[in-house]
Design a protein around this ligand. Sequence first.
Ligand code: GDP
Ligand code: MN
Length: 396
Amino acid sequence: MNLHEYQGKELLSSFGVRIQRGIVAQNADEAVTAAKQLTEETGTGWHVIKAQVHAGGRGKGGGVKLAKSLDDVKTLAGQIIGMDLVTPQTSAEGKRVHQVLVAEDVYYPGDSEPEEYYMSVLLNRSTGRNMIMYSTEGGMDIEQVAEETPHLIFTEEIDPATGLLPFQARKVAFDLGLSGAAFKEMTRFVTSLYKAYVESDSSLFEINPVLKTSDDKIMAVDAKVTLDNNALFRHKDLAELRDVREESPIEVEAGELGLNYVDLDGNVGCMVNGAGLAMATMDLIKQAGGEPANFLDVGGTADAARVEAAFKIILKDPNVKAILINIFGGIVRCDRVAQGVIDAYKNMGNINVPIIVRLQGTNADVAKDLIDNSGLDVLSATEFQEAADKVQEVLS
Ligand code: GDP
Ligand code: MN
């Protein structure tokens, strides 16, 4: 589960990580009130207006703007709220902005130049350990840094038995070229950032940029936080931060029905039981010249009701030109799945895409008879290849 920048920053701050302070606003008037309050609390003269959507690269897309007066705050917040923000990480349609973060300007002039760094905390799956990844090249696309100047990206792995050790935090500060007060600030920053990551059961923190201000403070200017869904049961307060407006509506609905569904760009809808079979089915569709429109695992207990629910979800996608149902009947009997497909088909009335059903396993022959004699426009198959050929047939 992803958090908004403002939520991520609040989480960091609660663990003692210094952040660029801000207040979230739902409309232009609230933004002005927030700006006034921030000026009182921080003394800031200027403000940054930042679109709150689950996508990075907002600055490039025009979703982060500097306001030098309260009039600016009002105008910019008014422009950004309601816009469909297109960034390198969104689709071409962009993401609708519902709220902005009004933040203090932290790039103020002073004794030294502000510096931007990159820092993330994540799991290194090949070693099974958390690591801190960091770079002097902050504020820019880290993928680009990795490609062009990989020697400027550092990693520090953490032994789960000891946790982050003080010398490791110092090493990070050293590698980033810091000294004096900024060095000390960075060791504190890294230490509390890592604590926040572990205690919130996160799977990713990406802070880009981490800023060294002109007066040697180290703070998080941005915060991308991904929480581990499997640990949300022990973080009820964090689970409440979910913003379903940021998620695919079909995926949200599928989730409520207990279906494991991922929306994809292709034209062949698939309904499968078991993640492995689902992956194989997607390969099969590709081989047959199609592109999967979704990943859908109806689970081990693919009863009639679940089949019907899955059917409805797949048909919500307007790009679907054919549906391949590929079910292995182990615990669930194929004839019950077939009856589910037939019932769902009849309940839905007008389905104008061809459907190919491959049922294999317990009672597969009974299931095939049911489908073939249903009088519905459904093609049945028992072999994998046969199903692929039929997909190819209906697509061409
Ligand atoms: P992203 O584009 O979605 O990654 O959003 P960020 O939160 O990283 O902000 C984008 C850029 O806005 C940063 O890299 C900064 O250069 C700029 N920015 C953020 N906060 C401030 C600020 O307080 N003052 C100024 N002048 N620029 C800021
Ligand atoms: Mn950023």
